[in-house]
Design a protein around this ligand. Sequence first.
Ligand SMILES: [Zn+2]
Length: 75
Amino acid sequence: MAAATMGAVRVLCGAEKERVVGAHKAPGACPRCGGAVVAVDVESERRVLGLPLCLKSKRKYSCTRCLRRLVTLCG
Ligand SMILES: [Zn+2]
């Protein structure tokens, strides 16, 4: 009950919802532990009053071994 109410409030405020579209192995290795790097495509949707306002997709890189979020400098 309480959780549902919280969700409704978040939607009204235009909460951003992220959905993982796909993940695939990326070239390179983690600079920290040398583990494999995985690229995750995430679709981010912002909704206001139930209406989709904008949809953007971004790619996130993270290490599969130490789970560290990796940032690429050159796109
Ligand atoms: Zn790592």
